[in-house]
Design a protein around this ligand. Structure first.
Ligand code: FE2
Length: 287
């Protein structure tokens, strides 16, 4: 059996973890949740963070086979399209992504140029679908709740959990974005926590509470014993009441509106206007 090599990359601007998973130097790799840097004040994007990932891939002579999204993120722009152009590989996301695309097509009043059928991605992954990353076998797990289309990726004894569960002292992902569902998130998390106790869980975000160092790796056992929102003994109704009360206090992420416009297009910018410039929209009082 081949054990995955896992390299984490932390983006301090958005507290996002991205990963390169590979089967050894010179082998195949997948990129998970890469970040495209974006400065909302100026509308400028930068590939500095993605270039660090690309340099790692090049140094290790890895062949990029997949660029995987756990979901259409609302807090950062994806660098999937940039990295695909630089390194190759197929972009993939959950097969329910058309639901998210349709929701935001309406919010942004996108015209005929945007068809909400998932065509922007090279491959849409079904629940339970398996695929190869070099000699590794990966399985997509539907873990909806944060959005209707969230996937986690299981690769050997590691699961990349996306926005489901956070480190035990942080709890769980929010469920108040359009299409979110706290009850569904609870069931998805219990699905993850039904894996063997030693299964390694890799986070999508870490906000380093109380000044502790950033952490991104935990285990099923640690989560079941200590997660402040979903440890063993906390039932579905109690979780849903907690999650919904807490979500009501949270502000929308700074990059929600820019992110979704890029991320439902698999990282491409909207078509440029007559002057060659691509524009993002801000809907007033719609979210
Ligand atoms: Fe998210």
């Amino acid at each position: 059996m081949t054990t995955p090599h896992i390299k984490a990359f932390f983006d301090p601007a958005t507290s996002t973890l991205s990963y390169v998973v590979h089967d050894g130097p010179g082998g195949g790799c997948a990129i998970i949740d890469p970040v495209l840097d974006y400065e909302p004040g100026s509308g400028r994007s930068s590939t500095a963070s993605a270039d660090v990932m690309a340099a790692f891939i090049e140094e290790n002579r890895l062949k990029t086979e997949w660029i995987l999204e756990t979901h259409a993120h609302a807090d950062h722009l994806t660098a999937a399209d940039y990295l695909k152009g630089r390194l190759g590989g197929a972009t993939a996301i959950g097969e329910r992504i058309p639901r998210v695309q349709e929701t935001f097509r309406k919010i942004f009043n996108l015209g005929d140029e945007f068809t909400p059928d998932g065509r922007h991605f090279d491959h849409l992954l079904a629940d339970g679908e398996t695929f190869k990353i070099g000699r590794l076998t990966a399985t997509a797990l539907l873990t909806s709740g944060h959005t209707p289309a969230d996937l986690s990726y299981r690769i050997d004894d590691a699961i990349f959990v996306g926005d489901t569960i956070f480190m035990p002292d942080l709890g769980t992902a929010r469920t108040d974005f359009p299409g979110g569902d706290a009850r569904q998130l609870f069931r998805s998390i219990r699905r993850l926590l039904a894996h063997p106790a030693g299964t390694r869980l890799f986070m999508c975000h870490d906000y380093a509470p109380a000044g502790r160092p950033v952490r991104w790796e935990t285990t099923v056992a640690e989560q079941r014993a200590h997660n402040i929102h979903v440890r063993d003994g906390i039932g579905e109704d109690r979780f849903v009441a907690m999650r919904e009360a807490r979500d009501a206090t949270l502000a929308m992420p700074t990059l929600l509106l820019p992110s979704l416009q890029i991320n439902i297009r698999a990282g491409r910018f909207p078509p440029p206007e007559g002057n060659g410039v691509s524009y993002l929209k801000i809907p007033m009082n719609a979210v």
